[in-house]
Design a protein around this ligand. Structure first.
Ligand code: SDX
Length: 436
């Protein structure tokens, strides 16, 4: 980042001395007012719950222009990556800053492939869960448990440890997500097959059984790979910020990623794809498209607490570019599976059309986000609704690691420790219980 020509001056109406604050600019996007010395100079904190106006770090990984609906991974538009690249190339790009040539891609893919198995002891963690445990509860446990097996790569300040931990996490997430699914089905776990692609191997571990051969459907394999690309990273979202804050204490990368998994589970964040599909199914049950108007009235009624899941975004005040690509993938997969008349897809498109013409949504700049169509694609592929967020976590792991590693390798990084505006009781004495 570089110092901007302009300065910011903070002045106070009570005659306190004004304070000059440096302004920094990045290569693109809003400038930042550097407030790091504000407390020392004024004895005051800034106040920004929800971080609506706060840049928590400098980063070179992902850039979002919310007004334009633009998403760039290391400068490459998501539309081009989703069309011309696959998830392994995208992982290399996010981790190392460049798209690999054929040799580097083959080498990176081989290094990931060689880490797809998990320790045989991992399967015994699942036995402690009920078969109907939510897969994200299982994933939160399993990812954290990985740190118990890799004492040779838990020193976050050692670049070699960070590299091997990154490969292990990217490689093992599909294996763990598939194990969570198989456990819920009461089926045997399927070992990874190193001759399959990353997405093909995941499909195999999810849907193959020891009883018969399993052929990966290339259309579904490509669609799933694209879903991974679209979910790989997204700047300083809630779960990425969680991973950064957790990692800033120096904890191991497996524990930091487990924190990200836990945060992503929330319905306001990665859990929205599951919530969106459930919403569509609920509307379908009460009459489908004929009932959309009634549902929209509930959404617009503040007291109803009903939200149009898969709509709205803190940063995008335009169409989420991933939603457009996800809708395309939806059409491709449904058509290839002969499901082009899928009622939920038609319902989703009807909801989108109505919302984009409704003043409530237009005035609030609410558009479909990545979660609006992703559930329909995954359901068509055969992935159960409660597994959607696990798939999101699988894909976002590379983004979390890239952001964590960027933070740790920044010589300026410190442990994150926000302050507060205290509104509780000021000092008071304890009275003996007889006098309380
Ligand atoms: C992801 O941050 C990321 O980058 C996340 C993500 C990523 O890749 O990491 O993109 C992934 O999490 C996508 C978002 C998935 N969540 C949902 O689809 C859940 C539904 N959406 C909302 O909960 C909401 O839009 C958020 C949480 C996504 C954003 O919330 P904000 O930025 O805090 O916005 P807000 O709640 O202040 O909303 C502004 C207004 C409010 O109305 P008013 O008080 O101004 O009258 O819009 C309304 C909100 O009530 N609103 C909605 C709505 N989203 C916002 N009203 C109905 N339905 C919705 N979905």
């Amino acid at each position: 980042m570089k110092l901007a020509d302009t300065k910011a001056t903070l002045s106070f109406s009570n005659g306190s001395p004004s304070v000059d604050l440096p302004v920094y600019q990045g290569n693109v996007g809003p400038d930042v007012v550097d407030i790091r010395k504000l407390y020392a100079q004024t004895g005051m904190f800034t106040y920004d719950p929800g971080f609506l106006s706060t840049a928590s770090c400098q980063s070179a990984i992902t850039y979002i222009d919310g007004d334009k609906g633009e998403l760039l991974y290391r400068g490459y538009p998501i539309e081009q990556l989703a069309t011309h690249c696959d998830f392994m190339e995208t992982c290399h790009l996010l981790l190392y800053g460049n798209l690999p040539d054929a040799t580097a891609k083959a080498d990176f893919t081989k290094r990931v492939t060689m880490h797809t198995m998990v320790n045989e002891q991992m399967q015994f963690f699942l036995r402690g869960f009920r078969r109907d445990a939510h897969p994200m509860a299982i994933m939160t446990g399993l990812v954290g448990a990985l740190s118990a097996f890799y004492h040779d790569s838990t020193d976050i300040n050692n670049p070699e440890h960070r590299e091997i931990a990154a490969l292990r996490l990217i490689a093992k997430m599909p294996t763990l997500v598939a194990m969570a699914y198989k456990y819920s089905m009461g089926q045997p776990y399927m070992y990874p097959k190193n001759n399959l692609s990353y997405a093909g191997n995941f499909l195999h571990m999810m849907f193959a059984t020891p009883c018969e051969d399993f052929a990966v459907n290339p259309v579904i394999e490509r669609a799933l790979d694209r879903i991974f690309v679209l979910h790989a990273d997204h700047e300083q979202n809630a779960s990425t910020s969680t991973v950064r804050l957790c990692g800033s204490s120096g904890t191991n990368p497996f524990a930091a990623i487990a924190a990200g998994v836990a945060c992503l589970w929330g319905p306001a964040h990665g859990g929205a794809n599951e919530a969106c599909l459930n919403m569509l199914e609920d509307i379908q049950k009460i009459g489908g498209i004929a009932k959309v108007g009634h549902f929209m009235e509930q959404v617009k009624d503040k007291n109803s607490g009903v939200k149009l899941m898969g709509f709205g975004h803190r940063v995008y005040k335009n169409y989420d570019p991933r939603a457009k690509l996800m809708q395309e993938t939806c059409k491709e997969v449904l058509t290839s599976l002969g499901l082009e008349n899928d009622p939920l897809f038609k319902l989703a498109m009807a909801l989108e059309k109505i919302a984009l013409e409704d003043e409530y949504f237009v005035s609030r700049k609410l558009y479909p986000n990545v979660d609006f169509y992703s559930g329909i694609v995954q359901r068509a592929i055969g992935i159960p609704v409660n597994m959607f967020t696990g798939v999101f976590a699988l894909a976002r792991t590379v983004g979390w690691i890239a952001q964590l590693n960027e933070m740790i390798s920044d010589p300026e990084y410190k442990i994150g420790r926000p302050r507060q505006l205290f509104t509780g009781s000021v000092k008071r004495d304890v009275l003996p219980i007889s006098k309380r």
